[in-house]
Design a protein around this ligand. Structure first.
Ligand code: ARG
Length: 426
């Protein structure tokens, strides 16, 4: 055979066999599925997905050209998942000050926001409400390799009632604007679900009650009827999507659970009946228990209106008490922060608050990993260091199950087998 032909065949065989393999070793690994810590883990990632998980004394077979990443002294943790973020904009501009900025300002700030989120160890996020399809644009830019950022599950606009929490209530009547997610009555809600999906939504968000940061709404009051919520849930599910409900008030929470909504966000005033219903239905609860701190200390200087700060004072304390009751009552929890109300990249500050109000560090970490993956319907892809899932892992110094606040400083982040941050001390 001619030399050139032989070389060509050899090159072909090499390409076919050439999988990209990276082997990660560390001192410890948190196995969130088994709920324990493993010593001297070895994690093999092949072409972006985890292909083997072992320990140093029982090394999996490795190809000779495998890349090595040794993380002595560190603990491996699955890439974190925040189930409730708003990726555009900044918390530094509150209240009417946002009227000074052009429409695309939010999307532009989304670029550093997604980078900060990823570098904080959040390799997957769910965007629950964003203007101008900024979350779809960011997802496209990230998935296309143009900018760094987490995997994004996008809701685009939140669906809600006229004048409700997810409408735009900040203008004088002659300039009143209806937010694009507004829909009144079950048929309009059905149409809105279909329209959002057509334009890039992968998950649906509904605003079942009033809220803290909207003008002229009462967090305790229900704003969508049971029939509207049920229509949204049925339509989303028929189209293969999950659905999340913003709900502070007890009535709205119960209606949303009965309607078959998958995750309840905020959950502030949930009552005993609501906790019981959530357990019966298997509904996930996402209490955003950190942002009270930020809003009460920084809100006023950022321009947040007194109306909203006053609501935060009322909601925050009760929400934390009810979080404790829901944890003690054995409800299922996801990690939902509402990042965007506080600066992106500081999402992990919520872990310590969850532990302060009744969770073990393992429960808090499971909320942001295995539970979140289940609630997304993505347990084959994310949420654990396990064979078949994406090579999304982070490493922290020390033992996060002893001190959960260690998750606030993440020196090492890998997404899909690529090292996206390595800030270890040399
Ligand atoms: N987006 C939510 C709202 O405006 C934020 C609530 C924040 N406060 C709280 N205590 N969780 O209603």
């Amino acid at each position: 055979m001619k030399r050139a032909a032989l070389a060509f065949i050899l090159a072909l065989t090499a390409t076919a066999a050439q999988a990209d393999t990276v082997v990660v070793t560390a001192d410890r690994m948190v196995d969130v599925l088994a709920g324990r810590t493993v010593a001297n883990p070895v994690v093999v990632v092949t072409d972006g997905r985890i292909s083997a998980v072992g320990t140093a004394d029982r090394m999996p077979a490795l190809p000779g050209d495998a890349r090595r990443v040794a993380l002595p002294g560190l603990t491996l943790v699955p890439g974190l998942i925040d189930m409730h973020v708003h990726l555009g904009g900044t918390p530094l501009i509150g209240g009417y000050r946002r009227l000074e900025f052009t429409d695309q300002f939010n999307t532009v700030l989304g670029v550093p926001n997604v980078k900060a989120t990823l570098e904080a160890g959040f390799t997957t996020v769910r965007s629950l409400g964003e203007e101008h399809h900024a979350d779809v644009a960011l997802r496209q830019a990230i998935d296309g390799g143009f900018i760094p950022g987490p995997r994004i599950v996008a809701a685009t606009y939140a669906i809600g009632a006229t004048g409700g929490h997810c409408d735009d209530n900040t203008n004088v009547p002659s300039m009143a604007r209806t937010a694009p997610g507004v829909a009144d009555g079950p048929e309009a809600v059905r149409h809105k679900v279909r329209e959002l999906r057509k334009l890039g939504a992968q998950v649906i968000k509904v605003c079942a009650t009033g809220g803290v940061f909207s003008r002229n709404t009462d967090p305790g009051a229900q704003q969508m009827t049971f029939e509207e919520l049920k229509m949204a849930a049925d339509e989303a599910h028929m189209l293969g999507m999950k659905i999340a409900a913003h709900a502070h008030g007890a009535d709205g929470i119960r209606a949303a659970i009965r309607a078959g909504i998958d995750t309840i966000e905020h959950v502030s005033f949930i009552d005993a009946e609501g906790i019981k219903l959530a357990k019966e239905k298997g509904t996930w609860l996402g209490f955003d228990v950190y942002n009270t701190e930020y809003t009460l200390s920084e809100g006023a200087k950022n321009g947040v209106l007194e109306e909203n700060i006053e609501k935060e004072r009322r909601v925050g304390t009760l929400q934390r008490e009810n979080f404790r009751k829901a944890v003690e009552g054995g409800a299922k929890h996801i990690f939902s922060t509402d990042a965007g109300i506080f600066p992106h990249g500081t999402n992990a500050k919520q872990f310590a608050v969850m532990v302060r109000f009744g969770m073990t560090p393992l429960q808090a970490l499971q909320a942001a990993t295995t539970n979140a993956a289940q609630a997304l319907g993505r347990e084959k892809d994310v949420g654990a260091i396990a064979v078949g899932r994406f090579g999304d892992l982070i490493a922290v110094a020390g033992d996060p199950l002893a001190d959960v606040s260690l998750l606030e400083s993440v020196p090492f982040v890998m997404k899909g087998g690529e090292v996206v941050k390595d800030a270890r001390a040399p």
